[in-house]
Design a protein around this ligand. Structure first.
Ligand code: 5GP
Length: 202
């Protein structure tokens, strides 16, 4: 009997290092990473279908109307959303799936899929966040400031999340997330079939 996979939803301020950690997790472990749709312009080296599915606002609106998105949100002037089909298929096949999404979308997912595990990731402090955003060199100063303001707003919702991970080093943060997934997999609520298995009914 195949167990349904765990849906891991990782949020945290832009620049908190979520992308790096998620990349590391997917490289070294058997996670399926959901690729989001967005209306944001691709950054240098970003590829359609690899980092995001890049769409016009019109195309995005159509995806919304056709109910193809599990969740969607507007973030700093652009739309972002999770294509529903891939996530559902992977979970049904028993794969653990990672969504790397901002807070409004994460809370939408938790509402419709309460078994989802919400992880909030933060850098060690706000100065470090500013430094990471600046060093990344992908945004202008105005966008960086907007993202820093947004980071503080997002932090207000930390209590809605199940787990907090402080991203001091990539290795430790990735390790922390694996610990969370292990513990979640051992929850009794995810292992109800054990009764039937012991009775020989499965
Ligand atoms: P960025 O523009 O830096 O790639 O992403 C900006 C924010 O949008 C990040 O916090 C990222 O996690 C979030 N994001 C990326 N994809 C999605 C998505 O599909 N849905 C939602 N709600 N947020 C997303």
């Amino acid at each position: 009997m195949k167990k349904q996979g765990i849906l891991l939803i990782i949020s945290g301020p832009s620049g908190s290092g979520k992308g790096t950690i998620v990349g590391q997790l997917c490289e070294k472990n058997d996670f399926a990473l959901s690729i989001s749709a967005t209306t944001r312009k691709p950054r240098e080296k970003e590829e359609h279908g690899v980092h995001y599915f890049f769409h016009t606002r019109e195309e995005f609106e159509q995806m919304k109307e056709r109910k193809e998105l599990l969740e969607w949100a507007e973030f700093c002037g652009n739309y972002y959303g999770t294509p529903r089909k891939y996530v559902t298929e992977q979970l049904m096949q028993g794969k653990n799936v990672i969504l790397e999404i901002e807070v409004q979308g994460a809370l939408q997912v938790k509402k419709i899929y309460p078994e989802g595990v919400l992880v909030f990731m933060v850098p060690p402090n706000l100065e470090e966040l500013g430094r990471r955003l600046t060093n990344r060199g992908t945004e202008d100063k105005e966008t960086i400031n907007m993202r820093l303001r947004r980071a503080l707003e997002e932090m207000e919702l930390v209590e809605e999340y199940d787990y907090l991970v402080i991203n001091d080093t990539v290795e430790q943060a990735a390790e922390d997330i694996l610990t969370i997934v292990d513990a979640e997999g051992m929850k009794c609520s995810r292992n109800k079939d054990i009764k039937k298995i012991f009775k020989g009914e499965m």
